[in-house]
Design a protein around this ligand. Structure first.
Ligand SMILES: Cc1ncc(COP(=O)(O)O)c(C=O)c1O
Length: 450
């Protein structure tokens, strides 16, 4: 039996996340990573643009991060009491770097950070409703587990990603269109007094990249301020990757709370929730604080060491300059490539993030625009890329990432491989199993409910 087959015997589906179950790749077993690469059990080498959904901004096994983590492992274990110097140093830097963050708490994952942000918002406002946007993902917990990548007939109504969520929890989440300021104003006009929080990915990267209009982010700020609702920017992807101060430092819009994760520790499991001190003071980490906050692994010395080493490198080396330059190159040259091939495509993204949608322009603003994407070509060329040693996740609408370890040579090979993979998909047709590959959509929940 292969390792993948053994995995399926003892792990449901053979993988440890519903987002790792990829049709066509069920035999893949990863054995090694380094820089921009990973290798599988068959000895195949891949240039990795999937990058674990985003954490390794410096590249895999960054030597400075690995050394800091190992050193912490040898000198400081988890005691689960009081605080360590590393936690203080990390919190001080987050307060210094991120405009909205006056105080901050550490978690192990992004989902925990968004969970606590919403619970805090409900606690301080005494209100019930949470607003999210179609296409945004904020983790696996019930309040936000809906309307990410929805099938066309599920847009415009609740589309849970899972069964087992209480209907009254789903009812307490309003789903609005991203980049639709009028829709936001209308929701506040109707429900403002009952809206505890608005949570948003300032750039919804869970559907590739929808770039926000200035008016949209400003409207969120204005309406939340007017209604006394808590504005949460979920910067789990955009934080550190797009700027040390997060996308809020680029947009010039300051939320009340910010959630962080992924690139903060280059792949070590660390999340964070920060924001206005008058809000953060409600957490039970302060004696008498009424909003319960806990976690055995919060502020784990090894992950904190990884974050400190990551931030040091992001601050001291031209990481952003490098990944932004390569990102611009990829977007410009992919765009030229598709024009040359006569393939209708929109190449977009931000900084180190890129994605090619196969549809006519202009660049998409809302999830509805993305329904025009040719899913078969999108998934098909990525499956073909695997044969060229290039890994972009073969799931609809998924973004790709460039790290500090990627080089111009990598980009040259990406472009040549993309040309071959797209041409082959156009010639042979895309996969015909896509009806079964819904990810973070409601198809599974729908089926089970029937
Ligand atoms: C924007 C955003 N928020 C929250 C999360 C949840 O983070 P985690 O998977 O670490 O729980 C993710 C994960 O992909 C994300 O992309």
């Amino acid at each position: 039996m292969t390792l993948a087959e053994r995995a399926r015997q003892v792990i449901p589906g053979g993988v440890n996340s519903g987002q790792r179950s990829i049709p066509g790749l069920t035999g893949l077993v990863v054995t090694r990573t380094e820089g921009s690469r990973f290798w599988d059990a068959e000895g195949r080498e891949f240039t990795d643009y999937h990058a674990a959904f985003g954490p390794p901004l410096l590249g895999h096994n960054d030597p400075d991060v690995a050394a800091a983590t190992a050193a912490a492992g040898q000198s400081l274990g988890l005691t689960g009491v009081a605080v360590t110097e590393g936690e203080v140093l990390l919190a001080e830097q987050l307060v210094e770097l991120i405009p909205s963050v006056e105080q901050v708490l550490l978690t192990s994952t992004g989902s925990e950070a968004t969970f606590h942000a919403l619970r805090l918002a409900r606690a301080v406002t005494g209100r019930r409703l949470v607003v999210k946007f179609q296409g945004c993902y904020h983790g696996w917990h019930d309040a936000v587990s809906l309307n990410v990548i929805s099938a066309p007939d599920r847009v415009g109504r609740h589309d849970p990603t899972s069964t087992g969520i209480l209907p009254e929890v789903l009812d307490a989440t309003l789903v609005l269109r991203f980049n639709d300021p009028a829709g936001v104003r209308q929701a506040f006009a109707e429900h403002g007094a009952d809206i505890a929080a608005v949570i948003v990915e300032p750039v919804p990267h869970n559907v590739g990249a929808l770039l926000p209009t200035d008016e949209f982010l400003r409207t969120l700020r204005e309406e939340c301020t007017r209604a006394g609702s808590v504005l949460v920017f979920d910067e789990v992807i955009t934080g550190f990757r797009h700027a040390l101060g997060g996308y809020q430092s680029i947009a010039g819009v300051t939320p009340d709370l910010t959630t962080l994760g992924k690139a903060i520790a280059n792949g070590a499991p660390l999340g964070a929730l920060g924001g206005r001190a008058d809000l953060m003071q409600h957490f039970s980490s302060r004696p008498g604080g009424p909003v319960f906050f806990a976690g055995t692994y919060n502020g784990h010395p090894a992950t904190v060491a990884a974050a400190l080493a990551t931030l040091r490198k992001l601050r001291e080396e031209p990481v952003h300059e490098h990944v932004f330059r390569l990102g611009d190159r990829v977007r410009t040259e992919l765009d030229a490539l598709y024009r040359r091939l006569g393939v209708p495509a929109v190449v977009t993204g931000y900084g180190s993030v890129f994605v090619s949608y196969f549809m006519p322009g202009p660049a998409p603003l809302t999830y509805d625009d993305l329904l025009a994407n040719d899913t078969a070509l999108f998934v098909g060329y990525r499956r073909n890329l695997v044969d060229h040693g290039i890994f972009e996740l073969p799931l609809n609408l998924k973004r790709s990432h460039i790290s500090y370890a990627h080089t111009d040579d990598d980009v040259d090979r990406l472009l040549a491989a993309t040309e071959a993979a797209v041409t082959r998909t156009l010639r042979e047709g895309g996969p015909d199993d896509l009806a079964h590959t819904s990810t973070m959509g409601g198809a599974a929940a729908q089926k089970a409910a029937r």
